[in-house]
Design a protein around this ligand. Structure first.
Ligand code: ADP
Ligand code: ZN
Length: 608
């Protein structure tokens, strides 16, 4: 087991649960694997596939995912193939013949195709193992339900002695039980890994309006040149707005949404995988079927509708385990809109509940990772140190007067206005609507002119979180003073608010950083790395990345399939100049050593 891990995948040790899972499969047990995205599920069936006699059949819902996996396996010297309609008839014929001869070790197939191929498989092929990837697609309760999956229960009838393994990154209990039942798993071993992704940083920015968001995004990206990222937006229009804004700043970006044709979407995805496009502005439709391991950041331009969605989306960053960043913008407008969607949906109560948990995350003043893990049923007793709350614990001040100003303005407008207009009244903005409603004549008009509008947005969100105001979603999302709010307004209780720390301020205080990889080097070895060495490492890293891209383009597959960012980083650190030293690097197996070793060593030597 360990030899195969080293030889084909170049790793020295297993991650938690992997070894146990593999042992159970080898003993012929059914297994259910729950692991977060990037946790290392694939190895759990790939290693048994290489150890067992016959062919392991992997059921996977998406053609693009299959292609990626097959490319990666072939690049590791393993005979894998996908039987599907993208192939020519001859190609499929060859694959079938090689299955009969037992040459194909891992065969990927879609669920509908599998059902059609059952007679062939049961008669001519020695099937070692069935692995059902993305097994949550079987559950109607989940977000990716696929009807074809519900027929997979047949596997255990047709292949009585072949173990079935189900794998998913969706953790909830209903889905888990559904998978077990529908696949007819026999007394399965269930493995639930921690859902923590410590390499993902977590950050929320509250109350930004469009222009501020755009500035913050530009700032964020300028600190990450050439790094791949995804920006999730709620609407197609937003994806286009953000993309246009980035294009104006010469950033290499593409959009992805349901309004594009299938071909256009495929092209965008392909360009992103191959590092021809740096950033994709996408609606939620983008992502499933993306195995790209070097996504370095995920930005949520809008609030997601649930923590499940949010976690799945940020999970697409940092699959290679390298430090990656996530940023969520939280605004009142999004909250109001999502509440409307949820209220109009078929499952109103459940969707409102989900949204509320998402809101709690966005408003948190305790470690955000603890909230996420808690949501997935994992308790931790320490703060993570890698979220904005941990890094900048909120400072509080007595905000009673500010709150009183806002509440008083609200009361004087008969509580018939929403967020934006309240800010306008406080700031004393003579908008047309304000004048026509004569709000410019009320006593509190302009009492908050000394506080910038964006800070008012933040304070109002804080007041919402503190329960001093509430939103009447059934009355045009107007704001109402709550019981607790009246107490503050009458001076019977005080309101503690958090000091607002702006991104630009914290940026100014920290020294400019060149690139993320340099930061990573810094984290790893803080002892005595001088600036000179940092920049030299960066130059080497860039050169290695260019070489990887060149090799990838020549062969027509994504760069990360050749070597992951993590391997490039290790090459920078260790700088191997012999083939043997190259082969010792974690993540480089025998096949890659022979195929790419010389080219990389030659480059590293020029830096020696
Ligand atoms: P998942 O399918 O669970 O999302 P993958 O199987 O794609 O995750 O694995 C994510 C990354 O982790 C891959 O780059 C893989 O090579 C790496 N990986 C898996 N197992 C190990 C291990 N034991 N040691 C080091 N890296 C590993
Ligand atoms: Zn934290």
């Amino acid at each position: 087991m360990h030899q195969i891990l080293k030889k084909y995948f170049g790793y020295d040790s297993f991650r938690p649960n992997q070894e146990e899972i593999i042992r159970n499969v080898l003993q012929g047990r059914d297994v259910l694997v729950l692991m977060p995205t990037g946790g290392g599920k694939s190895l759990c069936y790939q290693i048994p596939a290489l150890m067992l006699e016959g062919t392991t059949v992997v059921i996977s819902p998406l053609l693009s995912l299959m292609k990626d996996q097959v490319d990666a396996l072939v690049e590791s010297g393993i005979y894998a193939a996908a039987l599907n309609s993208n192939n020519t008839d001859e190609e499929n014929l060859t694959i079938r013949q090689d299955c009969i001869r037992g040459k194909v070790k891992i065969l990927y197939i879609s669920p509908e195709r599998l059902l059609a191929e059952i007679p062939f498989l049961s008669r001519y092929v020695r099937v070692a193992l069935f692995a059902v990837d993305e097994a949550h697609c079987i559950s109607q309760w989940g977000h990716d339900f696929r009807p074809e999956y519900t027929q997979l229960g047949i596997l255990h009838h047709e292949f009585a002695h072949v173990p079935v393994m189900a794998l998913t990154a969706t953790a909830d209990k209903v889905t888990r039980e559904d998978i077990q039942k529908q696949l007819n798993l026999v007394d399965p071993c269930i493995f639930i890994s921690s859902f923590d992704r410590p390499n993902l940083s977590l950050e929320v920015r509250r109350g930004y309006r469009m222009r501020e968001k755009h500035l913050a995004i530009l700032n964020f990206i300028s600190r990450r040149p050439d790094q791949s990222g995804i920006i999730y937006c709620m609407s197609r229009k937003n994806t286009e707005t953000v993309a246009a804004m980035l294009q104006e700043h010469d950033i290499n970006v593409a959009v992805y949404h349901a309004g594009l044709s299938t071909e256009e979407r495929a092209r965008t995805q392909e360009a992103f995988l191959n590092d021809h496009v740096q950033i994709v502005c996408a609606t939620v439709a983008f992502g499933m079927g993306i195995n790209k391991s070097n996504v370095r950041f995920v930005i949520h331009y809008n609030l997601p509708k649930s923590i499940e969605c949010f976690y799945q989306e940020i999970g697409r960053a940092g699959r290679d385990g390298m430090p990656s960043d996530t940023l969520l913008f939280y605004s009142f407008g999004d909250l109001a809109q999502l509440t409307r969607f949820a209220s109009d949906s078929g499952q109103k109560r459940m969707n409102l509940e989900r949204l509320q948990r998402m809101q709690e995350y966005a408003e948190a003043s305790v470690c955000r990772r603890r909230i996420l893990l808690n949501y997935f049923g994992e308790q931790t007793d320490c703060d993570c140190g890698n979220c904005d709350v941990c890094k900048h614990p909120p400072l509080r001040f007595d905000g009673t007067v500010l709150v009183q100003k806002a509440l008083s303005a609200l009361v004087r407008t008969d509580q018939k206005i929403g967020f934006t207009m309240l800010v306008d009244v406080l700031r004393g903005n003579m908008t047309q609507e304000i004048v026509s409603r004569q709000y410019d004549r009320i006593k509190t008009f302009g009492v908050g002119h000394d506080v910038p509008a964006r800070d008012w947005h933040d304070y109002l969100l804080q007041m919402l979180q503190l329960g001093l105001i509430e939103i009447a979603y059934d009355e045009n999302s107007h704001l109402k003073v709550t019981e607790a709010g009246w107490q503050v307004l009458y001076g019977k209780s005080v309101a503690q608010l958090s000091v607002i720390v702006r991104d630009e301020q914290s940026d100014r205080n920290s020294k400019p950083k060149r690139r993320n990889t340099v930061q990573a080097v810094k984290v790893k070895d803080t002892s005595k790395v001088g600036d000179e060495q940092l920049s030299e490492n960066q130059d080497l890293f860039d050169a290695l990345r260019d070489l990887r891209k060149k090799l990838a383009d020549e062969q027509g597959f994504p760069p990360y399939i050749i070597l992951s960012d993590k391997v490039l980083y290790l090459l920078c650190q260790i700088r191997p100049v012999t083939l043997d030293a190259f082969g010792m690097i974690s993540g480089i197996g025998e096949y890659k050593k022979q195929k790419y070793g010389e080219a990389f060593i030659r480059l590293i030597r020029t830096f020696a």
